[in-house]
Each structure stands twice: as structure tokens, then as C-alpha cells.
Ligand binder design. Sequence first.
Ligand code: NAI
Ligand code: 15L
Length: 272
Amino acid sequence: MTTTSPAPFNRLLLTGAAGGLGKVLRETLRPYANVIRLSDIANITPAIDDREEVVICDLADKHAVHQLVEGVDAILHFGGVSTEHAFEEILGANICGVFHIYEAARRHGVKRVIFASSNHVIGFYKQDEVIDARSPRRPDSYYGLSKSYGEDIASFYFDRYGIETVSIRIGSSFPEPQNRRMMSTWLSFGDLTQLLERALYAPNVGHTIVYGVSDNKNVWWDNRYAAGLGYVPQDNSEVFREKIEAQPMPAADDPAMVYQGGAFVASGPFGD
Ligand code: NAI
Ligand code: 15L
């Protein structure tokens, strides 16, 4: 983050506010808005002051999302199903949901969206490959496909309507890495917040895709487009190496050791 915070937006919308990252961002995004509108389908703890608004909303409900977006200056879209599920469970929240967000943004004149995409849009690359944000996508799951669609809709709404988006392919954003794979994919909450700041304020982003990853030793992602936004990660997963290496070593052919998307590549099929 910059030492002095840039001028706050009047009102930011954060979807997914009841989720793991939403709860963190509720606090860390406060310097960037006079008011944060916090939304989720699940219960959210009540507003702590007049700088918060709480709106319960199902992203699958087009009319409700339209009302949700009224009066906001930018959207941080973190809501939706966040792991692999049957397609039918992902459809409403992630695919219809991201469409509803962009349609509402268009109708209400919102000029910028930050989209929480995922490393699972490229999860079928192997862990010995280095790719960048323009490498062809290789989604590893219905979940990854829904994020891939989100990136496409972001591209379309910029080309057609001039709504700018930074799509952040988040690696693994948790308090600390949980396994060997996450030594490469980990994104600290501090670095996530810095990247969101850059994504909100960088000029002329068009539709930019970046990776959400800290300054880890063994990264698989050339993150030059994030650097282009001014992102300079401050954290590094090496501080957790001893703890992670105390875990049992998975088999060499375990997807968690082979693919960038780890176990997601082997989920499903569903409903046979
Ligand atoms: P999470 O599952 O904790 O939070 C997602 C939130 O979305 C939940 O509170 C859930 O109630 C809400 N939600 C689900 N369906 C909804 C619907 N139909 N309408 C409204 N809200 C709905 O996930 P987390 O970890 O906080 O991730 C946030 C976002 O970042 C997600 O979009 C996820 O796909 C993305 N992401 C997260 C990563 C991570 O490492 N935490 C990695 C890559 C992407
Ligand atoms: C994601 O996209 C998920 O939302 C998160 O729960 C983790 O599974 C993360 O990817 C990961 O790949 O570690």
C-alpha cells in the first residue's frame, strides 16, 4: 500500500463480504471508501458504523443485483461459489451472477470492477511450466470455467461499454500456506490488499488480467502485468517452509504435486 492512501471512493461495493476474504477486506478496504456496501447471500455481521452498509443479496437474482449496484463507484466482486461443485450449483452464483454484476454496472454507470478470478482458469498447466496472464487458459474444473467466463465477460464489457476491469487470478489467499503447492500459490492478505489498491486506482487498465500471488520463491506465474499496475508484493511463503515440509510428502504423481491447480484437476465427475 502507498504510505498515504489515495483519495477514497465515495462508495465501494464488496460482494462475498461474509466469506473468508470478504471478512478480511471489510477491514482492510476501509481507507479506500467513505462507505463500503457489504453484500452476501449469507448473514453478515451488522454495520459497525455509518461507513458500512449491509445488503443481503443472491447474485443469481438479476433484479436484486441491479438494486445492489445502484449508487456505487466501483465493485469488488468476490461473491460466488469458491470451490469445485456440480455445474448446476455454480451456474447461478458464478455465471449468472457475474453477468448480473456487469449488466447492473452498465445500467448504473459504474466504471470499474475488480473481479476475483482464480488460478483454476489455468490449473491444468504443470508445476514445472512458467506462464503469464496471456498464456492460453486451461481451466481445471467447472469452477475454473466459471472464472474463465467471468474474465471473458469483463473483456466484452470493456470492449463494448468501456467498463474497466482488473481480473485477479488469486492463487491461495489464506493466513498461511496449507501445503507444498501453496508455497508457490500463496497470497498474503497484505499483498492482496495492496493489489486491490493498485487495481482500483491505476489509470487506463482496460481489461487487465494479473495473478494474485506474493513474492514466493518458486512461482509459476510471470506477473509482469501486475507489476505494470504498480504491485510490489511484500510477503514471501519461505517463512512457512519448515512447517510445510514437516507434512508427509505426497506421491510424485499426486495432482497436488503435478498440476498448478492441484486437486481441482481430479474433482468430479458429478451426478453419474
Ligand atoms: P468464500 O467461499 O469464503 O466466500 C465466498 C462468498 O460468496 C461466501 O460468503 C458465500 O456466501 C458467497 N456466495 C456464494 N454464493 C452466493 C450467491 N449466490 N449470492 C451471493 N453470495 C454468494 O471464498 P473466499 O475464499 O473468501 O474467496 C472469495 C472470492 O475469491 C471467491 O470468488 C473465490 O472464487 C475467489 N478466490 C479465492 C481464493 C482464495 O485463496 N481464498 C483463490 C482464488 C479465487
Ligand atoms: C481457489 O480458487 C479457491 O477459492 C480457494 O479456496 C483455494 O482452493 C484456491 O483456489 C487454491 O487454489 O488454493
